[in-house]
Write a protein that binds this ligand. Structure first.
Ligand SMILES: Nc1nc2c(c(=O)[nH]1)N[C@H]1C(S)=C(S)[C@@H](COP(=O)(O)OP(=O)(O)OC[C@H]3O[C@@H](n4cnc5c(=O)[nH]c(N)nc54)[C@H](O)[C@@H]3O)O[C@H]1N2
Ligand SMILES: Nc1nc2c(c(=O)[nH]1)N[C@H]1C(S)=C(S)[C@@H](COP(=O)(O)OP(=O)(O)OC[C@H]3O[C@@H](n4cnc5c(=O)[nH]c(N)nc54)[C@H](O)[C@@H]3O)O[C@H]1N2
Ligand SMILES: [Mo]
Length: 747
């Protein structure tokens, strides 16, 4: 491993070079470059990289290094064939790391786990469907089955999948959102009547202030840097709140700007950079709101016409004392006052946030406090202003819109039931944490994963993996080999599917699917690469296969729907609000905007008004000085649990993922030196959890806070440590201590 401060801006030549290397490593130089030209184009496919919207679906190809990695990884020339599974037993495969597993390439055929030989062996599609049906039909209660979804799943597949689960009889639909932006959905639905962001890309052209709370655009949504750069260039103030200084928030060289590329120039992104302590944002925003309200810089007309609860929030923030705000936030009063002054002078402010806000105990409170701040000055539902949660997976928002939700509304279920002539189950189902608990307890026995990597993405890995092994059947619908295939139930299936970049040929011809981005734009996505194997099936076809085998009395014409996805979209139009005339609208170039009621200042919550939500500060900073707070985050070379490489360029890390970022003062205080190997031990009421063997890297991070990569650190996240009300695991605030590594490492 080596560490070297990265001196460049985010983007630039290094990004171009890195993309080229990733394409080359996958053995697909010409195909790779061709494929990239079609990403996020009106006639092409939606980039599977992230959910950031595309400015104009007509522009020339918008370059994004991490989009290239995602597409190249799917288009790889490598294959995981039955011969591969014959060569390696499951126990042998389990000794390899996630990087190696991912590197083996695309899955090619359905496989069944054979316990006698400990190998996966080929199985026909029909036999696989029959096996799933036999297991599902054998359960005493449909609520013993779990239907997990990861956020790459298209609208059409998601809609069929939730239909399958509900016709079968359960709302057990845990999804990756439960670990991601669930606090956003919970907090905003209550506060403004819709659990989605209120801005569109146009607003980024009009805002004079942009807040960035806890997200890392340089790595996780690089196309956002285009909007931030343009905003910065026209003088918009950009205030970043992040415990560490992320290069993408500091400086960006646009690979599409000939001037920046040839002169080595770059654009400064954040005009103001604040480094709160982990979990300090509730205090930061409380302090800012206190300044706004005490200065009387509020929009009284808006508050009177559109909101309720202002007096209570005003009393609450007035009562918050600066000493507590400073300790809890890790920022000084002057810093918070400065940020507040900038907001008080703003005519239109946008607040963006990501996992640095959602993966904390008080995530819902923090999000609603951000909402309070904008509401106090009428910055929701006005041009250039509003809320901008930055979603992760490319269709995670769309999946929820399609009904992938363990707590569906009665209205949705009524419409679903009448469109498909059945009585949907009404009882709420399991979310991710609930699903793990149910498997541990033996109350859930069949796990089906529509994409994703449940064994690794979830908290408390040891427990989660024991939970999966406790199942009678685990089924993973996947494109690539991952650890969830190796942490299998007594019976287990791997069902290989088409990726979004591939041609999806059905009886009615080539099919496109639709996705919804982070700003509620819905558009069509059509693959253009030859499938990685002729045996692959599309996700809708796999779902239909399971449904036809499992539900003999279903009145849904599964086969017809899959023959032509326009027919699925016609059904979506009947069931999902906002999708009238879906087929006509989605086939327009660029798709259509779903709309957002809060943006129109219609508040569809119980109160019929935007709510000021009171969340007093409570002390959280641990008095125990041996304890540190750990955040688990992404490197530049990974996509969630998919590890593309071992570097983290912008943070200066090369060739190692088991690193732990720590401040100079904590190193000194705890008696360590940079380069020492440590184990990280999480300290929780039910005992300690250990992740071994991390190398300490001195880093500019607040004292008391450390960082390390996900998913290596997931064993440390206790299952019952989650966001209040949203149950999102607290992956950014785990109480831990360090100890010298128990593994003897040769230097
Ligand atoms: N290339 C790539 N793109 C991706 C992904 C990927 O893994 N790779 N994942 C996708 C998915 S599913 C998602 S959800 C998004 C995730 O995108 P992000 O939301 O950017 O997720 P993280 O990498 O977890 O980073 C969180 C950021 O929050 C900061 N942070 C941590 N704790 C706090 C805190 O308490 N307060 C504040 N203010 N900041 C904090 C961290 O320093 C880090 O910069 O990206 C999506 N896009
Ligand atoms: N400690 C910690 N844990 C976290 C987080 C964190 O920040 N810290 N972040 C959380 C977040 S924000 C999220 S969203 C979750 C992510 O959780 P998941 O969505 O479950 O995980 P991914 O790693 O995105 O899933 C990768 C797998 O998806 C499969 N795949 C890829 N493309 C396709 C496709 O087109 N179709 C199908 N069927 N399969 C496909 C591949 O087999 C690949 O191995 O992790 C969460 N876990
Ligand atoms: Mo996510």
């Amino acid at each position: 491993m080596s560490k070297e401060t990265y001196k460049g801006a985010a983007g630039g030549w290094d990004a171009l070079l890195s993309s080229y290397q990733h394409i080359k490593e996958q053995g697909i130089v010409s195909l790779g470059s061709l494929t990239m030209l079609k990403a996020n184009q009106p006639e092409g496919f939606d980039c599977p990289g992230c959910a950031w919207p595309d400015k104009n679906h007509h522009s020339t190809f918008e370059f994004c290094e991490n989009g290239v990695k995602a597409v190249a990884a799917e288009a790889t020339a490598r294959r995981v064939t039955p011969a591969f599974f014959a060569e390696y037993s499951v126990s042998e495969l389990a000794t390899h790391d996630d990087y190696w597993l991912e590197g083996q390439g695309r899955l090619t055929e359905p496989m069944r786990y054979d316990a006698a030989s400990d190998h996966y062996v080929p199985i026909s599609w029909d036999d696989a469907f029959a096996r799933i049906a036999a297991h599902l039909q054998a359960l005493d209660d449909p609520n013993q089955a779990l239907f997990y979804t990861s956020g790459r799943t298209s609208n059409e597949a998601a809609f069929l999948y939730q239909l399958l689960a509900r016709e079968y009889g359960t709302n057990n639909m845990p999804d990756c959102s439960n670990m991601c932006h669930e606090p956003t959905s919970v907090g905003l639905a209550e506060q403004i009547g819709i659990g989605k962001g209120t801005v569109t890309l146009d607003d980024f052209e009009k805002a004079d202030v942009i807040f960035s709370f806890g997200h890392n655009p340089g790595t996780n949504h690089p196309r956002m840097l285009g909007e931030l750069r343009t905003a910065a260039k026209r003088g918009c103030k950009i205030l970043a709140f992040n415990p560490v200084r992320e290069r993408g928030l500091e400086r960006f060289a646009n690979p599409q700007s000939p001037v920046e590329m040839t002169t080595g120039g770059s654009t400064t992104i954040a005009t103001h950079y604040y480094q709160p302590r982990l979990g300090g944002d509730l205090a930061v925003v409380t302090g800012m709101l206190k300044c706004v309200i005490e200065a009387g810089d509020i929009d009284r007309a808006f508050i009177d016409a559109h909101t309720t609860g202002f007096d209570a929030i005003a009393d609450s923030v007035r009562a918050a004392d600066w000493a507590t705000i400073e300790i809890e936030s890790g920022l000084s009063r002057e810093q918070i006052e400065q940020a507040a002054t900038i907001f008080r002078q703003s005519k239109a402010a946008i607040a963006c946030w990501g996992m640095g806000i959602t993966q904390h105990k008080r995530a819902v409170a923090t999000i609603q406090m951000i909402g309070n701040l904008l509401l106090s000055r009428g910055h929701i539902g006005k041009p250039g202003a509003g809320l901008c949660p930055v979603r992760g997976h490319s269709n995670v928002q769309g999946d929820r819109t399609m009904g992938i939700y363990e707590k569906p509304s009665p209205r949705f279920l009524d419409k679903l039931g009448s469109a498909f002539a059945f009585e949907p189950p009404r009882a709420h189902g399991h979310d991710v944490v609930g699903a793990i608990e149910a498997m541990i307890a033996g109350d859930a026995k069949v796990f089906i994963g529509m994409g994703g990597n449940f064994a690794v993405a979830t908290p408390d890995s040891e427990r989660t993996q024991a939970a999966l092994r406790n199942c009678a059947l685990t089924v993973q619908v996947s494109t690539k080999l991952n650890r969830s295939h190796l942490v299998q139930g007594r019976d287990a299936l791997i069902l290989p599917c088409l990726g979004r970049t591939e041609i999806d040929m059905q009886a009615g011809g080539v099919q496109g699917v639709s996705v919804e981005d982070s700003m509620s734009m819905v558009h069509i996505s059509t693959g253009m690469n030859a499938p990685a194997s002729p045996q692959l099936r599309s996700e809708p076809a796999i779902i239909a296969g399971i449904a036809m085998a499992t539900l003999p009395n279903s009145r849904t014409p599964w086969q017809d729907l899959v023959a032509d996805y326009d027919r699925i979209r016609d059904r979506i139009a009947m069931v999902v609000d906002g999708f009238d005339d879906f087929n006509a609208r989605v086939h327009q170039p660029g798709g259509f905007y779903l709309g957002n009621s809060a943006r129109d200042r219609q508040w569809r919550n119980d109160a019929g008004k935007a709510l000021f939500c009171v969340h007093p500060l409570a002390p959280t900073v641990a008095p125990d000085t041996q304890l540190l707070t750990l955040m688990t985050m992404r490197s530049h070379d990974q996509y969630n649990t998919t590890i593309y490489g071992l570097h983290d360029r912008y943070r200066g890390i090369k060739g190692e993922r088991r690193v732990c970022f720590i401040s100079r003062s904590d190193l000194d205080r705890l008696g360590y030196a940079e380069g020492d190997w440590v184990d990280i031990v999480s300290v929780w009421h039910d005992g300690e959890r250990v992740a071994t063997h991390f190398r300490l890297v001195e880093y500019n991070i607040p004292a008391g806070c450390i960082g390390a990569y996900y998913p290596e650190t997931n064993p440390l996240v206790p299952l019952d440590s989650y966001a209040e009300r949203a149950r999102t695991p607290t992956s950014k605030s785990i109480p831990v201590r360090l100890q010298r590594s128990s593994i003897d490492v040769a230097a």
